[in-house]
Design a protein around this ligand. Structure first.
Ligand code: A2H
Length: 262
């Protein structure tokens, strides 16, 4: 990473149906007419058409934070603090004057949310996607929530494969990890499923192959950004370099995302 903070796009994935474990706790604490969102931070807003699930770290603690009367976000406490100080989270009126006001309404480990159904903006999977576990999520980066785009992220591809292979071990339904992976970006070097191509050619066996995954991530990112062309969406046919900011702006303008620096 460079000198300044990373400029993320924080996407809002609205909860459609809670996991049984989260429902017990959340439904008594949050008004029925409020919307709750999982808020992953991404550097690749142009890939959001290909979301197939949303990851949380099963052992990471998450808070459900009240943003306004009708809106709550599921993120780490660290991210809530960052957002509060950027003014994107709390408005002038309810900007926290003391720590107490930034306490989550509910606090739960990521594992409690597994299976929750959320609506992923722009995703071709209009029926919604599931909250699934990813062991390699960092609690101290972004919002601690990561949306999964296995067509273009080698980490996401490796984790989806692992989850489908060992669904029972991870306590999930196999079909939650097997949503169709569609091409989003065409690249001269790696074809239209760059992450799959790189995971296969580098013989990456699992999400624990961190050194190889870091190489693959770097290659996929650079090739996608500099040489990629959009295959889907409003900016189909455009260079990724041009489409990236346009997709980001559209998501922010429509209220489906917010800018977030970390
Ligand atoms: B990216 P950087 Cl398609 N722990 O979004 C682990 N990974 C995290 C994270 C956390 N707490 N917070 C964000 N991330 C992921 C899409 C994507 C991403 C694609 C391709 C590459 C890619 C879909 N997942 O990232 O360390 C998020 O995944 C590779 C650069 O701040 C976020 O963007 O550079 C990216 O890592 C941020 O990583």
């Amino acid at each position: 990473e460079g000198v300044g903070p990373t400029e993320y796009t924080a996407l809002k994935l609205k909860v459609k149906e809670w996991s049984a474990e989260a429902a017990k706790v959340v439904e008594s604490k949050i008004p029925a007419d409020a919307n709750v969102y999982f808020v992953p931070a991404t550097l690749r807003p142009e890939t959001m058409y290909g979301q197939v699930c949303c990851f949380v770290g099963p052992k990471i603690d998450y808070g459900v934070f009240k943003v306004s009367e009708k809106e709550y976000y599921v993120i780490t406490k660290r991210a809530a603090w960052n957002m509060a100080f950027q003014g994107t989270f709390f408005n002038q009126e309810n900007f926290p004057r003391d720590q107490k006001e930034l306490q989550p309404v509910v606090e739960l480990p990521g594992s409690a949310f597994i299976g929750t159904l959320v609506d992923a903006p722009l995703s071709v999977h209009k029926e919604g996607v599931r909250i699934l576990p990813m062991e390699t999520v960092s609690a101290t980066k972004g919002t601690g929530v990561v949306t999964s785009v296995p067509s273009d992220s080698p980490d996401d591809y490796a984790t989806m494969r692992e989850l489908a292979k060992k669904a029972e071990f991870y306590g999930i339904r196999k079909e939650w990890a097997e949503l169709e992976i569609i091409p989003i970006i065409d690249t001269p070097a790696y074809g239209n499923l760059a992450a799959k191509h790189l995971v296969e050619t580098k013989k990456i066996q699992s999400p624990k192959d961190t050194a190889l995954l870091a190489e693959a991530k770097d290659l996929a990112y650079k090739e996608g950004f500099y040489n990629g062309t959009m295959l889907i969406g409003e900016f189909k046919g455009e260079k990724v370099q041009d489409a990236k900011d346009k997709v980001r702006s559209a998501l922010i303008k429509s209220g489906h995302a917010l800018p977030f620096a970390d």
